[in-house]
Design a protein around this ligand. Structure first.
Ligand code: ARG
Length: 489
């Protein structure tokens, strides 16, 4: 009995010493108990993620607050411990919110930081918070919370580009411009129609981000390191408390699934591809060769050498930055493809790419919105560009309206173009007699067809560049944008 008591007291004293030692050497990793030798400082520093995962601070604390509550409900924490932990975590949240510089220290990651500061602030109860939890399910919940909370801001910034395009489309009215296939003049379209095409792509990006949000919307806590946890925590409560609509069903999957990261990187890469294509158009169409729009001085840059230069740097950068977003997606998929099941440290590589993809998208959307908003349309240039041989299809369709087979009409007009190119003439210069020489079905009214205005009016389908269809399209898109903006507020 005495012996038993003695050894129990000894054990308690020993444990106390260990605990004090751990508290004293705060910079030691959370897991140092098992090791005889200090870890290599250089390798620890190299593997640490605190320099970038501090961005998960709020999510980590909110996740811990919910976890503490779940532990309390499961009877693992006493009411007093629970109150102390909750107070401690809330005070940490306040400190971090008040001063970003507070997020500093020798810690391995944000999870270690929060736990260390908690123990420093409240003592022993803080040492109970990690019961039944692993950083594997903790980082999973943090990342899911982060992705869910950041997406609306990203959608808002894409929406500003849509707004700028819609505003320009509205201001362009019925102004025509050439459309291009193979970068060769194809058919006249309304400037508004052209601008809205870019808006539709960005609208899909905004909707796609909703899907990513839904994918991230599953609560992984309760998975522990991989096998689940020995404490009967109410995972439905945790999900509801953290705003998730469902719980991940399998603890192995919960700790190793990063599909929502892949989808996030795909959604951002694709949005960047769309911004890049818009950027490329703006670079081309504001240049001397096209001159369809004038770039505002406020968004252009000059040359250190050539005095005449007015360069579209911001849009070139948007185009260039699409490359890094695509890089993040391909890097991430290459990391994932070889991973054995369960948590692997490689998964830590999800963060820098994801954060950078987010920043890249936000910055690029902001730049694109400013540039598009300040473009000035040169109607004379776009109208002039929309005349000439790009009306050939309408000329062929004129013959079709007189009963000629389309294939025949195509050949007749093709031969006309060849002949007129040889003579250095355009449709507009032909007399009624000239037209008739090419085909007897050409009447005097053919001249009315060969204008850009007539060409767009002849379009009959709802997705066409017919001014009425474009007006309807513009209305629908701006109503959608208004609803979206209200929903994101
Ligand atoms: N920094 C780590 C990450 O981002 C946190 C999880 C660490 N888990 C572990 N078993 N080492 O993935």
């Amino acid at each position: 009995m005495t012996l038993q008591f003695r050894s129990a007291a000894l054990l308690a004293a020993l444990l106390c010493t260990v605990a004090n030692a751990v508290t004293a050497q705060e910079s030691r990793p959370l897991w140092s108990g098992r090791f005889d030798v200090e870890p290599s400082k250089a390798l620890l520093a190299w593997g640490a993620s605190f320099s970038f995962d501090r961005r998960l601070f709020e999510d980590d604390v909110l996740g811990s607050l919910a976890w503490a509550e779940a532990l309390t409900r499961a009877g693992v924490l006493t009411a007093d411990e629970s109150t102390a932990i909750t107070r401690g975590l809330n005070s940490i949240l306040e400190s971090g919110r008040a001063n970003p510089a507070f997020l500093a220290g020798p810690d391995e990651d944000i999870h270690s930081f929060v736990e260390r500061v908690l123990i420093e602030r409240i003592g022993d109860p803080g040492r109970r918070l990690h019961t039944g939890r692993s950083r594997n399910d903790q980082v999973a919940v943090d990342m899911r919370l982060y992705v869910r909370r950041r997406i609306p801001d990203m959608q808002r910034s894409l929406l500003t580009v849509v707004d700028a395009l819609v505003a320009q489309a509205g201001a362009a009215g019925d102004a025509p411009m050439p459309s291009y296939t193979h970068v060769r003049r194809a058919q006249p379209v309304l400037v508004a129609h052209y601008l809205l095409a870019h808006a539709h792509a960005l609208r899909r990006d905004i909707d796609r981000l909703d899907l990513v949000r839904q994918e991230a919307d599953a609560m992984p806590l309760g998975a522990g390191a991989i096998a689940g946890t020995n404490y009967a925590v109410d995972t439905e409560f945790l999900a509801q408390r953290l705003g998730f609509s469902r719980v991940v069903r399998n603890s192995i999957d919960a700790t190793s699934d990063r599909d929502y990261v892949s989808s996030f990187l795909h959604a951002t890469a694709l949005a960047m591809v769309h911004l890049s294509r818009l950027a490329e158009d703006v670079v081309l169409f504001t240049g001397e060769e096209f001159g369809f729009f004038v770039l505002s001085d406020a968004v252009a840059t000059g040359s250190s050498l050539m005095p005449q230069k007015k360069n579209p740097d911001p849009m070139e950068l948007v185009r260039g930055k699409a490359g890094r977003s695509i890089g993040h997606l391909t890097a991430w998929l290459s990391i994932m493809k070889g991973l054995p099941s369960g948590y692997n440290k490689d998964l830590q590589e999800d963060k820098e790419g994801l954060f950078d993809a987010e920043d890249t998208l936000m910055g690029s959307a902001g730049a694109a919105a400013t540039v598009v908003r300040t473009l000035a349309l040169d109607r004379t240039r776009t109208t002039r560009g929309a005349s000439g041989f790009l009306l050939s299809t309408d000329v062929a369709d004129y013959l079709v309206s007189k009963g000629v087979a389309f294939r025949t009409a195509h050949e007749v007009v093709g031969a006309m173009v060849r002949e007129l190119l040889r003579q250095g003439k355009e449709f507009e210069q032909l007399t009624p007699a000239d037209w008739k020489r090419f085909h007897p079905q050409f009447g005097d009214d053919v001249m009315k067809v060969v204008t850009a205005q007539a060409s767009v009016r002849l379009k009959k389908t709802p997705q066409s560049t017919n001014p009425d269809a474009v007006k309807a399209q513009l209305g629908e898109l701006s109503r959608w944008a208004t609803d979206r903006r209200a929903a994101l507020r």
